[in-house]
Ligand binder design. Sequence first.
Ligand code: IP8
Length: 244
Amino acid sequence: MTVVLKLGGSVVTEKDTPDTVDGPALADAADAIAASGVDDLVLVHGGGSFGHPHAAAHGVSRADGTREATAIREIHGAMRTLNDAVCDALCDRGVSAVPHHPHSAGVRDADGTLSLSVDAVAAKRDEGFVPVLHGDVVTHVGAGATVVSGDELVVALADGLDAERVGVCSTVSGVLDDEGAVIPAIENYADVERYLGGSDDTDVTGGMAAKVRALLGLRAPASVFGPDAVGDFLDGETPGTVIR
Ligand code: IP8
């Protein structure tokens, strides 16, 4: 049973301090993953204070591309640095985490559709590794290169690997209504649109609204939950908000 789990960039980085890992938060997440003993796990992490400031500095987003190799290398390089920190934290705890960089495995068509080759991800999983992907920059036909968000990767991986469970760990304990209460389940974007503002920080990929829209497109149900619930999710529970 393949489980796809995304650790939000705001969870594992200090979002207001550029290029800074949130060491204690990453350690907590890595502890929960190591303790779970889940087989066939595929991880994704977001950009946080690594990818987003560099992408914004170069005017690059999901829609706006760049043809500057230096900009692409800077954004991708920042994400590789964060990916190294995530893989290190997991390997230190005995999890066989290995990097998988979307920049070299994905492409956007001219209409913006993402194609991600999942065969190499599946092979790593089948060999007992935990592939760790991340938000990145990918070649975009007709636009140079644009940002791919971790949420888009979650969708591509969940469907491409026929995942049975999908988890998205965010800084909040689920999708919240206007009184701050966790919405237990979402089946229709229009039902919750009024609650979903943009992200407060430099987030070039759209915050919670984009996340919910992307997850509604999955075949498997997805859970959105807070950092304290990573272990519960990996133990088979459905904390936070279920999106289906
Ligand atoms: O934080 C964005 O990934 P996300 C990655 O999952 C970059 O939206 C490079 C900004």
